[in-house]
Ligand binder design. Structure first.
Ligand SMILES: *Cc1c(COP(=O)(O)O)cnc(C)c1O
Length: 434
């Protein structure tokens, strides 16, 4: 006899994947198939589950109140959640659990998702509870989170690039060295290995915000990172339509399972879980993740090489417009231009240097006006989407220089983007707004 209808959707997976199942598959393939083992419906495209609450088992003899919140019974860290494991969507939910399974495969370490990148950073600080945090400039929002954490704990905040200040503040066991690379807004990359060594020498953790260079561009765990966070809003989402935060817990960290389940349990009370719609969008977006990130990074490398060449006078003069670019652009920064760092940088970022770069215009007025001259770059904040964006950065970070434009390169043809950029510079020159 068929099972009662109401038990059907709660059937366990056909087969529970084992560690190593996917290790030998490429990133591109894993982004399509890492969630196959829990795809036990006949749907090819993932279904969207909107319920906040889930039925308990129908057999009264199977109801076990004491085990209800034994999270580690539900799945291995980062592993597939059983279909009948969900209780309430502030704990776990089908769409975000599926996304976590995929992200675990993509990052190579167990992943927990959050409602945004900043809530992920907040959760990480809350869990690690450092007394001293070393941090560089980077994304201004992370400093906002850290200021709240400092308000509650009185922690000391020291300069990432001044190791003397770390020691003066007593940075040591259990404290946090937080590295953002490549860094927002410039796209300049830092040596993960060097910071890992400096942190570990003192017994501190290295946390890395690798939002600007997700796999396959950079794997900070390979170079000693203990925890890696991402604003999944950017490249994992990739379509400018969902907020998401990601924390990966390195299995090489002592007591990593305690860290994973500790953060998992705290998320229940922080309440900073992803929405079901966002979890669903995330799975959908990851299908094309590898294609997008590679294309975007390659596009950025090409555009940056052209603009840098125009400034240095090495881009071919047959490139109409090189002179106009030179008249309005002062300088450009991107990891691909860090010639003196290529020794370690090529090893850490073998597949490209990230899709975001920054340009300084010759005046603040030019930076304010260039976005209005471009047709293929939306003038908007954020990054990581398939559409190219440019932002007069002063719009969202009042502390930066007025001439700064941040560019997030999308998946368009880079030749079209280059032509648009040249045309924009040409119009600035023609306008006489120099
Ligand atoms: C956008 C961003 C964040 C914040 O992420 P949200 O998803 O907007 O909360 C954190 N770090 C970096 C480097 C970012 O670019």
């Amino acid at each position: 006899m068929a099972e009662p209808l109401h038990d059907q959707p709660n059937k366990p997976p056909r087969r529970i994947p084992q560690p190593g199942d996917y290790e030998n598959l490429s990133l591109a393939t894993r982004a399509i198939h890492a969630d196959d083992p829990i795809n036990f419906n006949i749907d090819v495209a993932p279904p969207l589950h909107v319920s906040t609450t889930y039925r308990y088992k129908s057999d009264p003899s199977q109801l076990d109140p004491s085990r209800e919140l034994e999270l580690s019974d539900l799945h291995p860290p980062g592993g597939p959640m059983l279909g009948d494991g969900h209780i309430y969507s502030r704990l776990t939910a089908p769409n975000s659990s599926r996304l976590e399974l995929m992200l675990t495969s993509i990052l190579g370490q167990p992943v927990i998702t959050y409602s945004s990148g900043l809530s992920a950073f907040h959760a990480l600080l809350t869990w690690l509870h450092p007394k001293v945090v070393a941090i560089g400039e980077g994304y201004h929002g992370c400093h906002g989170v850290l200021a709240i954490y400092q308000k509650l704990t009185g922690c000391k905040i020291v300069d990432l690039f001044d190791e003397k200040s770390w020691d003066e503040a007593g940075l040591g066991k259990g404290d946090v060295v937080h590295l953002e690379t490549p860094v927002n807004p410039t796209g300049i990359a830092y040596n993960v290995e060097a910071f890992a060594q400096a942190a570990h020498r003192r017994g501190a953790y290295l946390t890395v915000d690798a939002t600007f260079a997700p796999p396959p561009l950079l794997d900070p765990f390979l170079w000693g990172a203990d925890f890696v966070m991402h604003s999944g809003t950017k490249y994992f989402g990739g379509h400018s339509d969902m907020l998401c935060g990601v924390v990966g817990v390195g299995r090489q960290v002592e007591g990593w399972e305690k860290h994973y389940w500790g953060m998992y349990a705290e998320r229940i009370y922080l309440g900073s879980v992803m929405g079901s719609m966002e979890g669903w969008l995330g799975v959908r977006s990851l299908r094309t993740f590898e294609l997008r990130v590679k294309r975007q990074s390659e596009n950025a490398d090409q555009l940056v090489a052209f603009i840098a060449g125009a400034l240095e006078g090495t881009s071919g003069t047959d490139d109409d417009g090189v002179e106009d670019v030179k008249k309005v652009v002062e300088k450009i920064e991107h990891a691909s231009l860090q010639k003196e760092d290529m020794g370690w940088l090529k090893k850490q970022m073998p597949n490209g240097f990230g899709p975001v770069f920054s340009m300084w215009m010759k005046s603040e007025a030019l930076a304010r006006r260039l976005p209005s001259k471009l047709h293929l770059f939306h003038h908007a904040t954020s990054l990581g989407g398939v559409e190219s964006l440019v932002e007069w950065r002063k719009m969202s970070d009042p502390k930066v220089e007025g001439g700064l434009l941040r560019v997030s390169v999308g998946v368009e043809s880079w030749e079209d983007l280059k032509a648009d950029m040249i045309n924009g510079c040409k119009q600035l020159v023609a306008d006489g707004s120099l």
